[in-house]
Design a protein around this ligand. Structure first.
Ligand code: FES
Length: 166
């Protein structure tokens, strides 16, 4: 087994930061229209040296082990990053510690990138965070949130590239 495969396997076996993050400041959900996989990411911020940085990021997904592996290493890597730094990272950078993904799995990393960007771009202003969280944030799991989010058009269907390679 190559070193890359070993890292991927390890991240799949022992994913970090899985599950809903209580009192998250930002939530992003995306789905792939092709493989049907979905991924939700929660982000919480803290102040550090007068800057707002990511304190913790967690995710929930099902179906695709590669997306889980990428989300695991990405959420670890995001700790301490500013919003701008995190927004500047693409799927290749987010999954860098796993090594290059197989061509047919590149869109799995893009799913993680899209969920992160969706969360960071939808972050509510501080004054709005004291209000009731969006309905989707109250759903106990991603599966529970999908019908409601879809009917309200809150789920983004993200066109993915490289489909001809899968
Ligand atoms: Fe579609 Fe991994 S996200 S197969």
């Amino acid at each position: 087994m190559s070193e890359t495969n070993e890292k991927l396997e390890e991240a799949m076996r022992n994913p970090q930061n899985v599950g809903e993050l209580e009192n998250a400041d930002a939530i992003g959900t995306v789905g792939s229209p092709d493989c049907g996989d979905m991924l939700r990411m929660w982000v919480k911020f803290r102040e550090e040296d007068g800057k707002k940085v990511i304190d913790k990021a967690t995710f929930q997904s099902f179906g695709c082990q590669t997306a889980i592996a990428v989300a695991s290493v990405a959420t670890e890597m995001l700790k301490g990053k500013t919003v701008d730094e995190a927004l500047g990272m693409d799927s290749t950078q987010l999954s860098e510690s796993l090594g290059p993904l197989p061509p047919m799995k590149i869109h799995c990393g893009q799913l993680v990138e899209s969920a992160l960007k969706d969360a960071l771009n939808s972050e509510a202003p501080v004054e709005e965070r004291t209000m009731a969280p969006p309905e989707s944030a109250l759903a106990p799991s991603l599966v529970d949130a999908i019908p409601s989010a879809a009917s309200q058009r809150k789920v983004k269907i993200v066109p993915l590239e490289n489909e001809n390679q899968s």
